[in-house]
Ligand binder design. Sequence first.
Ligand code: CA
Length: 225
Amino acid sequence: MASEQGTVVVIEDDTHIADLVDMYLRREGFRVIQAGTGEAGLAAIERERPRMAILDIGLPGGVDGMEVCQQLRAKHALPILMLTARDSELDRVLGLELGADDYVTKPFSPRELVARVKAILRRSDGSTARSEVLIAGRVEVDLVRREARLNGEVVPLASKEFQLLQFLAERPGRALSRQQLLDGVWGPGWYGDDRTVDAHVRQLRKKLGDALPLGTVWGMGYRLG
Ligand code: CA
């Protein structure tokens, strides 16, 4: 009976909130792993391979919720629900820009949270099989093996080149500024300049050629597809 719904990792330093979320999710048949810091949460996710993560934005220690979200997005297609204490647009926008699937603002009702969790899992279950290999033009972007394939052959990419390709392929048709690409791929704490993005785009174009429909948006950045 227990854990028939799979595992959820809850990364939240407020133990009252974590326990409450834990209790409600268990009632619904989830197995819950709690982590009080970003580092512990990332380790738990690597270890447990959960179905989803619930992630507080404000966490103690060196790795806050934003950074956890970003690190997860760089590696996994894991669904993420973010918790935010501040009902500000900034948090909402940042949370979603970083690739969170949804967010709730504290204080929230546990029932609402459970409903959001189920909705996210329903959406992600439908797309799990597809979302592990993204198609960008004639290029397959395999998120599990972390490789790009063209005509069935692996095209060797540097780690950041792959991450940039993934970031673009996850947002097909969207014009992305160099700053958005820097923040999304290199992280907001990275003080590089726009030329870094351009250099990596050049490499992707060189390696994947016209199989990759990667266009320049003049004066702004790039768009895939
Ligand atoms: Ca907190």
